[in-house]
Design a protein around this ligand. Structure first.
Ligand code: OGA
Ligand code: NI
Length: 370
């Protein structure tokens, strides 16, 4: 039964459905020139007041220069970079890499292609609009958790599962097809380099994560955060942690991403040529709490120009098996016992798909309480 608001005849579910079925996304709303946003986008005062807290302007997430390790065998230098990555993953859970080996032209082409997808006329984009919890294929939708979240957020997304089953390339929208395929390849190379450094930081063989197939189960999401006429009433993306191993994020020059650091929200300033890397819940779990999966969010975009970001989530693989996942046994000892219990694939999905992205993460559920 539809939930009716106590003090009016507002039928939230009906409005959500109408918006979803219109397939216009927030880009369509924004382009229509509306001046006030539909009510289901308005967040409760406690969320909004937290968003208004002025964020730190003097700090930034660590920037790590990979130039010395791509195509180089200088071991001392590599150890320094391993230390930087380890420190950043432990204390921030987020960092930017520069000189990662991917030409700026490839970054620019990727951003341009994803923007071009979102800029297409309604009729063209609507063909891709769907909402399925399937682990595969290509879909375009506004708010992946539209019906699960308490309030909607001001973004639309094009999502494509790039692995482990090879994507049917022809399923990708033509306007960004080649660029998505090329970006997936480049970003996966960067992810491999970063995973090697993260492994070394834990004292593991550099290739351990690759061997565990952490590069294989990946989903690419091209977000669009169009201009929002009432940016003080809603959010771009609700505060959350990413569920996977690591995320590689490419953004255009329109700001909005913020990362929680201690009690503060820190703006992630777009760095030309930079790629943002963050640890997800699985990495925190398998590293037995060494690396941190940190809360982040995006402000609703007050700029006339759309904010574009392209994320690739690298997820814990072998989803097909029903085995247990948990802290890597290599990292455990009597002095360092497991702080998380093992969990199953089913538990993960139940947690992920039962509520909005702002849910308490799996990490809290599986923490071993003493
Ligand atoms: C996400 C995310 C941030 C961004 O998709 O999980 O945090 O800048 N995106 O789009
Ligand atoms: Ni995220």
């Amino acid at each position: 039964m539809a939930a009716m608001d106590a003090n009016s005849s507002y039928d939230r579910m009906k409005e959500l459905k109408e918006f979803d079925e219109s397939k216009m996304g927030v880009k369509g709303l924004s382009d229509s020139g509306l001046t006030s946003i539909p009510r289901f986008f308005v967040h409760p005062p406690e969320t909004l007041s937290d968003f208004k807290k002025s964020s730190s302007t003097c700090t930034n997430i660590p920037i790590i220069d990979l130039s010395g390790i791509i195509n180089s065998k200088d071991n001392d230098h590599r150890l320094k970079i391993v230390e930087q990555v380890k420190e950043a993953a432990k204390t921030w859970g987020f960092f930017q890499v520069i000189n990662h080996g991917v030409p700026i032209s490839v970054l620019d082409e990727t951003i341009h292609a994803i923007r071009a997808f979102h800029d297409q006329p309604h009729e063209v984009k609507a063909k891709f609009y769907k909402r399925e919890n399937e682990l595969g294929g290509v879909m375009y939708m506004s708010n992946n958790d539209l019906y699960r979240a308490k309030s909607a957020a001001w973004h639309d997304s094009l999502q494509a599962w790039m692995g482990p089953e090879p994507l049917k390339v022809a399923d990708l929208p033509e306007i960004c097809r080649n660029e998505v395929v090329a970006w997936d390849k480049s970003a996966t190379e960067v992810a491999e380099t970063v995973m090697e450094l993260l492994c070394e930081g834990l004292g593991l063989e550099a290739g351990k994560f690759k061997e565990l197939t952490f590069l294989d189960t990946r989903v690419l999401v091209g977000h669009c955060y169009p201009y929002c006429p009432q940016p003080d009433l809603t959010v771009g993306i609700t505060s959350h942690t990413d569920p996977g191993v690591i995320t590689v994020l490419l953004q255009n020059h329109v700001p909005g991403l913020q990362v929680k650091h201690g009690d503060e929200w820190v703006n992630v300033k777009p760095v030309p040529g930079g790629l943002i890397i963050n640890a997800g819940d699985f990495l925190q779990i398998i590293s037995n709490g060494e690396y941190k999966s940190v809360q982040h969010r995006v402000l609703a975009n007050s700029s006339k120009e759309a904010r574009i970001s392209i994320v690739i989530f690298f997820n814990l693989a072998k989803w097909k098996g029903d085995g247990y996942h948990g802290p890597l046994p290599e990292l455990l000892s009597p002095e360092k016992p497991a702080i998380y219990r093992n969990f199953t694939r089913q538990e993960f999905f139940e947690n992920f798909y039962s509520k909005g992205i702002d849910t308490k993460s799996l990490i809290e559920k599986i923490k071993i309480k003493n």
